[in-house]
Write a protein that binds this ligand. Sequence first.
Ligand code: NAG
Length: 433
Amino acid sequence: MTNRRDGLLTRNSGGQSRGSRIAIAVGIGVLLGCVFAFFFPHGFFTPDLANQGRRIAKASFQVGGSPCESAERVNMLKKELVSVSEKNAELKKEVKELTEKLRFAERGEDQAQKQVLVLGEQHKAGTFGTVKGLRTNPTVVADESVNPRLAKMLEKVAVRKELIVALANANVKDSLEVWFHSIKKVGIPNYLVVALDEETESFCKSKDVPVYKRDPDDGIDDIGRTGTNHAVSGLKFRILREFLQLGYSILLSDVDIVYIRNPFDHIYRDSDVESMSDGHSNLTAYGYDDVFDEPGMGWSRYAHTMRIWVFNSGFFYIRPTIPSIELLDRVAARLAKKNEWDQTVFNEELFFPSHPGYDGLHASKRVMDRYDFMNSKFLFKTVRKDAKMSKLKPVIVHVNYHPDKLPRMKAVFEFYVDGKQDALDPFPDGSDW
Ligand SMILES: *[C@@H]1O[C@H](CO)[C@@H](O)[C@H](O)[C@H]1NC(C)=O
């Protein structure tokens, strides 16, 4: 870790790429020196080539004797002079080309070399089928100075540098209660409520729930107290950033979620972002080829498209890496500028590739198992009606597809935790608006 950091910090004043650039520059210098020594044996700073020629001519006069011979020699020397001048021009062109090449190489090398500095050594590609790109990015160096009070709190609450984090204000108090009740029941110790108002803070304290409230003089806190859902969503990404800067992996959780087993036993930890899906089938959750048909095109009527149901921005595991933090920043910046749905922004930033005028984010991502991390559409439309599937216990159920959250959350808890077989029966598949 330290080495990587050193690499990053010193990339402007030393390091591998600089070293190789110096080597190239020295090589070019030596080459030029040789060339100049060959063509300008009398030094580089003689006034001009014509003068030099005249001097050589004079000298040969004295040595050669006969004027006729001398005239011939002068002609020869003049020819030589012309060819030297031509070579000089060629040389100048070559130097120019070399300089261009060097500059180009530097530019191209720059991005790649920076990445090498971050990632470590360069490697040869292995044999067929053995190469694997990087998806588990290195974690950032923890910076406690970002928020010493939170750092202290996380030291106590986190397990293996990870924890569940939920933001809550008084509007979601009832859901929050079912939420932490289920967490306690499973016996998950590493979770924390970020209270956005005093009421929520004291409620959590009264229930012995780990709670953190930001300092009242912190500017971004006002949004939390008075804010609409969307403003709170923007705040979520700003607050999360601090947790990552402190070096923790966060399982960000909405409060309309019931915990049935410990999610940390079912996380892969290999990607920057690992998220539950809004998908209702394997295809929609994990991605498929959606063929667009335009009969008028005849032979080429079928255009293939890539589709995947969105990642749910209310339940994802995020590792403390540079791409993760960049993601949070990009989402927060966009939400601050324009009133957009945070989940849409979250997904667009994650998935849209670089294109003219836009640099895409390059974060690694994984979709959580949709049977383990279940959305309420899958549960109410499919799972509860299937004898086999309804016997399997998910890790969590997110009541994200239904507005009557509290009664459904309670029913989910009764069904999976208390074993009440008919608890889910009263509810329709969807909502009646
Ligand atoms: C969906 O994918 C899982 C593995 O991820 C597999 O076990 C299951 O059989 C698949 N279901 C269907 C209906 O294909």
